[in-house]
Design a protein. Structure first.
Length: 114
């Protein structure tokens, strides 16, 4: 059973920064695209960033220039550095492979308040 454990969420003010971490249990994912997704209340879960390796990343337009995805294969961990946060970034954030598998972690809550 694949496991994803997300952490790093918090409540921050507008313009603040957070760094999310996701540890995954399967080493073979080192060779797989990994993604960060988010789900706001009442909305579907959407992909915001994905990474194959350091030179191959892709971002949703809503976070481009503010979020940076990275990974440490030695630690089976993928990160999401989030800067200049806005209330629209408030959501539960999840990681998964890309395309996503049916198994999801509990996610980590990010709340941006004024």
């Amino acid at each position: 059973q694949v496991q994803f454990v997300e952490s790093g969420g918090d409540t921050v003010q507008i313009g603040g920064s957070l760094r999310l971490s996701c540890q995954y249990s399967v080493s073979i994912f080192r060779f797989t695209q990994m993604g960060w997704f988010r789900q706001a209340p009442g909305k579907q879960r959407d992909l915001v960033a994905r990474i194959l390796n350091g030179d191959t990343t892709n971002y949703d337009d809503s976070v481009k220039g503010r979020f940076t995805i990275s990974r440490d294969n030695a630690k089976n961990t993928v990160y999401l550095q989030m800067n200049d946060l806005t209330p629209e970034d408030t959501a539960v954030y999840y990681c998964n492979t890309w395309p996503a598998r049916n198994s999801w972690g509990q996610g980590t809550q990010v709340t941006v308040s004024s």
